[in-house]
Design a protein around this ligand. Sequence first.
Ligand code: IPM
Ligand code: MG
Length: 362
Amino acid sequence: MTQNYRITLLPGDGIGPEIIAVAVDVLKVVGNKHNIQFEFTEALIGGAAIDATGEPLPADTLDTCRNSDAVLLAAIGGYKWDSLPSHLRPEAGLLGLRAGLGLFANLRPAKILPQLIDASSLKREVVEGVDILVVRELTGGIYFGKPKGIFETETGEKRGVNTMAYTESEIERIGRVAFEAARKRRGKLCSVDKANVLEVSQLWRDRITKLAASYPDIELSHMYVDNAAMQLLRAPKQFDTIVTGNLFGDILSDAAAMLTGSIGMLPSASLGASSPGVFEPVHGSAPDIAGQDKANPLAQVLSAAMMLRYGLNEPNAADSIEEGVLQVLQRGDRTGDIISSGMNLLGCRAMGEALIQVIEAK
Ligand code: IPM
Ligand code: MG
């Protein structure tokens, strides 16, 4: 029997439309092989939405997302919109989408592929075998805490304010996701905080520690965020699953991504309690190379694989994509961000075609 899924596509800005086009072609091919049919609906977000409607997240877009089985997002933002006030910037669209769909859990895997070890800026012996999952809390913390704003003090000076806050229940629900994820991996969880300075982190550490009693099979450790940043560069193999708040997770997931050589390879999944998940590359919209057919579409394609695995429960189709990606890398196909000597340099579209070829040949 054919499975039907409604997928909302959010191409966004910069390289977004190019890379999502590749992912859609790949999904169609994989769908044919696995008896899956996709109904794609495109909607506006970010700068593209600002230009068309004046807002970064039109109500229509949120409705379309809510009425679908999963959302595939590319990237948002660009120089053009950088001087707008923060609630009208493209980023506000992304934050609104996360909040609107209640996507509190962001999974960002960073796994070194043997084919790309030489693309890493770190030594082979440091990064070989690295396989980390960052579980980032996504709808709380300093990104959403109140009060926030730029206020005037009594002396007429401006004062910028954001608030880092977590409730026990917010900590507990992301903690559960992380413990469960660690259970499916190597059984190690490192919770990252700044409990030596911040009260919000003391509560975080306390709740995560209490939660550990329900997961006796998981080896829990705690680390301060500054040390975690250092350890990620010094000895990344010590990490299996990391759980942390919104801001620390934003920063550490970029660092973890770079261990693998290129942020252009890494997908992510944002999941809520019941709403459709959003699947997107960790990288941004790369306005400097937009429209030039130079972008690496693989993070977007691997995000489509995460969508199949975590959003639609179609693990075989997800495997098919992930194996295909390994195969194109194995035969030496590379986009500019991961090129090394002796490899074939391909553009975005050609990389997509190469991938489709190996998937069809299987
Ligand atoms: C990310 C991005 C976003 C974030 C920006 C674009 C709002 O950096 O997804 O990591 O800070 O969460
Ligand atoms: Mg980020």
